[in-house]
Design a protein around this ligand. Sequence first.
Ligand code: GLN
Length: 321
Amino acid sequence: MENKISVSLIQEVMEEAYETFKNNNEGANANYIPFLANVPSDLFGIAICLQSGKILKVGDTSFVFGIESVSKVPTAILILKQYGAEKVVQMIGADATGLPFNSIFAILLENDHPSTPLVNAGAIAACSMVLPAGDNKQKWDAITENIEQLCGSAPVLLEELYKSESETNFNNRAISWLLKNYNRIYDDPMSSLDLYTRQCSLGITAEQLAIMSGTIANDGINPVTGKIIFDSAYASKITSMIASVGFYQHTGDWLYESGLPAKTGVGGGVMGVYPGIFGISAFAPPLDSAGNSVKAQLAIKFIMNKLKLNIFNNDRPVITE
Ligand code: GLN
């Protein structure tokens, strides 16, 4: 069956989602990173980037917020580009942990088999892999340039967030040394952690996140700039990683209810990839117990369900003007 959807209907449904959930006050801002606790809790935005490059948006889509764990996605793409799919799965893995994003237990359980670049341990290992080895300045440039290409515009470093997170990231320091213990970190542990902390402290907007998701959905070609950002072979690789672990211990429930591979961050951002159709993002700071934005989840599920979109259905939507 063909599901024909007009651009104006998508915009209408996004607005309906926004109105339905804007006054929802469940959840709480992340409080283990002091900076994030102070971001206004009522911010809320939703954006979609269509394959045509058209951007649909509603709410606070140009507010700059902490990208946090969503940054794990672009850096995973960067190491796929630098090392290829085979090496990434050997050196880190592509497995779901079923455990919280910052789990130490997951490292102990899988010490013979690293998990995925989309949880803290694998993301710190991914930062350690970024080339050129041993040169944090050039590694940082590679990380930020990659994000700039995926979004079509540059992210900004939120210095205060970086300071706040660097002063409080004791759990991540433990993770980095544990990785060293298992020979699963591939550059200096503390400088790799510093790169990770800095990438999490990048400021991004919901619109930029939608374009990044749109680039993945469009097989590596940025729909807005038209530039080829990565080899199309990596689009399905990164999307499979997002699908398997994007909501940490709630990933199965999320996929079941939304039908969309998506990745969250404790800054309140979520990016979702509908291969061949669109990239979607939503942003709202209050989080549930797994660190996933409450309103972003509600909004994306509402849009997917209302438009009868689900990557596991066999009716491909056709978006018409
Ligand atoms: N920088 C955060 C951390 O490492 C990111 C966590 C997240 O967004 N889930 O704890």
